[in-house]
Design a binder for this molecule. Structure first.
Ligand SMILES: CCCCCCCCCCCCCC(=O)CSCCNC(=O)CCNC(=O)[C@H](O)C(C)(C)COP(=O)(O)OP(=O)(O)OC[C@H]1O[C@@H](n2cnc3c(N)ncnc32)[C@H](O)[C@@H]1OP(=O)(O)O
Ligand SMILES: COc1cccc(CC(=N)NC(=O)c2cccnc2OC2CCNCC2)c1
Length: 389
């Protein structure tokens, strides 16, 4: 059995690919809450479960340190995601979050945090069905405890705690191929600081491209071009909620955000998330939105630099401004804020601007998954209106 754990889970199995007799929808039915395992799964005797209160600065710092040293690296082990503490609090304490879904593992003797997994609730629309799902993220096992089958136990424990809240589906992304992706997204990067990206080995100069030509190629205007383009403010939340709900309805899969979720996910937070909108100078109507989140990466082998400042395309809506122009203004803002690179996936309508705005294709894929929900066929990335952190 190739996937000893995943072949036991209610997920689409590779052997079922092409089997059109299997219906779209939940794979397993909910179990009565009384039948959900009441006590935590067993851990190896040296370790104990802990629930990480992300509202505690001390505990949030422990999670931050664990991820800073042990979370996702690129395929060449040159960079490692370095989510900030403020970002983690934002990502995990969203409206309706459950503290019990922030699951950690400590060494009994030293109390050192050595593993983590998290979930947050989301209302996910799949075609015409809206389901409560958990979004799973930040699964991390300390480098010294790898390949001991700890991850399946983490996954089962967070699943158990989510089941106790009567939620039976989940969504997550991963850079590894598992049974079975609902879509495979490609990642793309738009150079903002060519000199630094080349110095740290993120980008390479092609033989015909000199450094000065690269600097010229990626140069951007100093100010945005769209009339009425401004930072999002609290007073804009109701209009943005309406705009976003309507726009996301065009995708096969997309979250449904209410006002409190739009406020949480899109109201600008320094060094965490930036959102800009277009207010028509004439009608004062909000017609467009773009946003990106801040996710730096540690640079693992460079004397010159320690951090790569990266912006990641988040949600947007373009109803009056051409998406190309809206995203070009997002690039201009990111450059103004001293980001080195602007990253995006080929989900949503991103394909329409990636090449023209001089994004280069990255060398990896990001797979999207559902847990306990089958789609008859994988989606095209452009059918997905979901961006995970
Ligand atoms: C209804 C609610 C349901 C909620 C739950 C939904 C499901 C949520 C699922 C989680 C979503 C997370 C999303 C997310 O956080 C975003 S993806 C980022 C995951 N984290 C990292 O890559 C950080 C660096 N790596 C590590 O910390 C470890 O390598 C991890 C912990 C990744 C694996 O630890 P390890 O020491 O290297 O490995 P073992 O313990 O020996 O375990 C090996 C088994 O783990 C399977 N594996 C490996 N990587 C995986 C991954 N990224 N997703 C799912 N499964 C993954 C692998 O296929 C194998 O199973 P198989 O034998 O069947 O193939
Ligand atoms: C540049 O530093 C890196 C540090 C670690 C990994 C990678 C490559 C990578 N895995 N990139 C992505 O997954 C990615 C590329 C473009 C847009 N979003 C992305 O991932 C997001 C969404 C999923 N969770 C991580 C952040 C790059």
């Amino acid at each position: 059995m190739k996937h000893k754990f995943w072949e036991t889970q209610p997920v689409g199995q590779f052997k079922d690919l092409g089997n059109s007799s299997l219906p779209e929808g939940p794979i397993e039915l909910p179990t009565p809450l009384s039948e959900v395992k009441q006590e935590p799964y067993n851990l190896p005797s040296l370790y104990e479960w802990t629930t990480c209160d992300m509202g505690s600065d001390e505990i949030c710092n422990e999670v931050y340190i664990l991820l800073t040293n042990n979370y996702v690296e690129d395929d060449d082990n040159m960079f490692r995601f370095n989510y900030s503490k403020e970002f983690l609090q934002w990502a995990l304490r969203s409206p309706g979050h459950f503290g019990s879904w922030h699951v950690g593992v400590r060494v009994k003797a030293s109390k050192k945090l050595v593993a983590f997994i998290s979930g947050i609730p989301v209302n996910m629309r799949v075609r015409d069905q809206v389901l409560k799902m958990a979004e799973i993220n930040f699964l991390c096992v300390h480098k010294k405890l790898r390949s001991k089958r700890l991850a399946p136990v983490m996954i089962k424990e967070v699943t158990r705690r989510i089941h106790l809240e009567n939620i039976w589906q989940a969504a997550f992304t991963a850079g590894v191929l598992l049974p079975t992706p609902i879509t495979t997204a490609q990642y793309w990067h738009r150079t903002l600081n060519p000199k630094k990206l080349i110095d740290v080995g993120f980008s390479r100069l092609s033989e015909r491209m000199t450094m000065s030509r690269a600097i010229k190629l990626y140069k951007l205007p100093n100010s945005t071009t769209t009339p009425g383009f401004r930072k999002m403010e609290l007073r804009d939340v109701p209009a943005v909620t309406k705009l976003l709900k309507n726009y996301l309805s065009r995708f096969v899969v997309a979250p449904e955000f209410d006002d409190s979720e739009v406020e949480h996910w899109l109201l600008p937070r320094e060094n965490v998330v930036d959102s800009y909108l277009v207010e028509s100078p004439v009608t004062h109507e909000i017609t467009d939105l773009c946003s990106f989140y801040t996710l730096p990466s540690s640079i693992l082998h460079s004397q010159e630099y320690s951090t790569l400042k990266a912006a990641y395309s988040f949600y947007y809506v373009a109803t009056s401004t051409p998406l190309l122009q809206l995203m070009n203004d997002a690039l201009i803002i990111a450059k103004q804020k001293d980001f080195d690179v602007f990253n995006a996936l080929d989900v949503m309508e991103n394909e329409s601007f990636l090449k023209e705005l001089k994004f280069g294709q990255g060398d990896g894929q990001l797979y999207y998954y559902f847990y306990n929900y089958r789609l008859q066929n994988a989606l095209k990335p452009s059918e997905l209106g979901l961006v995970l952190l």
